[in-house]
Write a protein that binds this ligand. Structure first.
Ligand code: GLN
Length: 281
C-alpha cells in the first residue's frame, strides 16, 4: 500500500484529510512536513508502521485530538508537548497573548498566567518578553509537570506554582492573564471535548464560577493601573463586563477571536494617578 492509498483509506473511514496527513507524517517521523508527503505519496507505507497507522486512525475517529495523538501542538509559534493531562492550546487564545504584548513592551514587570495547563500563555509571554518575571499557576500537579517540561525544552525561565488561582501566590502583579475553565455544566458541546481534562473546561452551572473567583482575587493582587485579561465563552462577555465593573475595575473592554467571536475581556485596576492632572512645564 502506498502513502496515498493509506491516506485515501483514512478518508474513506471518515477522517479529515489534514488530520490524516498529520498523523501519517507523525508516524513516519516527519512531523508537519506536508510538502514531503506530497512529493512521496507513491512511497510504500512501511509494513512495520501499518498497525500503528490503523490504531491512530481508530483513535482519531473516536474523537481523540490530533494534538494528543502526535503529542504536540504549536502555540504562538512555540512547539509545545501536550497530552491528556492538559487542554489542547487553542489558536483563539493567542488573542490574549497579543493583547498582553500590546499593553506592555520589553521593560521588566511581573505577570502571571492563571490555569496555565501546558504553559502556553506563560511561555509565549516569556518568549516574547525575556525581561518579564512570568509566573504560571495551575491547581493540577499533572498539568504543571507538562508545563515545566515545556519550559525546560524551550529554555524559558517561567516560575511555576501549584495553587487555587491567586490564593497562595504573593503579588502584586502588573498583569494577570487567564484562560480558565468557562463551560457550563451539561453544555451540548462538552461530549466533543470528552478527551480533554474536564477540570480545565467546566466551571459550574453558568460556566462563570472560576471567572468570578479570579476577578474577586485579582483586585487584591494587581498593582494600581494593572490589567486583568480573561478569555471566556462566546456568550459570556456581558456577564464578565458586569463582574469586572462590580469588582471596581475600570476601562472594561473586549477583543474578538479568529472567528470574530468576542472571546476576551479585560479591565484595569484604577490608579490614584488616573485623576491627577498632568503637571505642566
Ligand atoms: N475554548 C474551549 C472550547 O470551547 C474551552 C476552553 C476553556 O474552557 N477555557 O473548546
Amino acid at each position: 500500500m502506498s502513502l496515498a492509498d493509506a491516506l485515501a483509506q483514512a478518508r474513506h473511514m471518515g477522517l479529515d484529510a489534514l488530520d490524516a496527513q498529520l498523523l501519517l507524517l507523525h508516524l513516519l517521523g516527519r512531523a508537519d512536513d506536508r510538502a514531503w508527503l506530497r512529493a512521496h505519496d507513491t512511497d510504500a507505507l512501511p509494513p512495520s508502521v501499518a498497525p500503528a497507522w490503523q490504531e491512530l486512525c481508530r483513535r482519531r475517529l473516536a474523537g481523540e485530538p490530533v494534538a494528543y495523538l502526535v503529542g504536540r501542538k504549536e502555540f504562538f509559534g512555540l512547539p509545545l508537548a501536550v497530552d491528556a493531562r492538559v487542554l489542547v492550546p487553542r489558536p483563539d487564545t493567542e488573542t490574549l497573548v497579543e493583547w498582553a504584548l500590546e499593553l506592555h513592551g520589553p521593560a521588566p514587570l511581573k505577570a502571571v498566567d492563571l490555569g496555565t495547563g501546558s504553559g502556553a500563555i506563560a511561555l509565549a509571554l516569556q518568549h516574547a518578553r525575556p525581561a518579564w518575571e512570568v509566573w504560571a499557576v495551575d491547581a493540577s500537579a499533572q498539568a504543571l509537570t507538562v508545563a515545566r517540561t515545556n519550559a525546560t525544552q524551550l529554555a524559558l525561565p517561567v516560575r511555576f506554582h501549584q495553587g487555587d488561582w491567586l490564593s497562595s501566590l504573593p503579588g502584586p502583579f502588573d498583569l494577570i492573564v487567564s484562560n480558565p475553565p468557562y463551560i457550563a455544566e451539561g453544555y451540548d458541546h462538552l461530549p466533543a471535548l470528552r478527551h480533554e481534562p474536564q477540570s480545565a473546561l467546566v466551571s459550574g452551572r453558568d460556566g462563570l464560577d472560576d471567572l468570578r473567583k479570579i476577578i474577586g482575587q485579582a483586585t487584591t493582587r494587581l498593582v494600581p493601573g494593572g490589567w486583568l485579561l480573561l478569555e471566556h465563552g462566546h456568550d459570556q462577555s456581558a456577564a464578565v463586563h458586569t463582574l469586572l465593573k462590580a469588582a471596581g475595575l475600570a476601562q472594561v473592554c473586549s477583543r474578538q477571536d479568529l472567528a470574530g467571536i468576542v472571546r476576551c475581556t479585560g479591565a484595569r485596576l484604577p490608579s490614584p494617578m488616573d485623576n491627577k492632572p498632568l503637571t505642566q512645564g
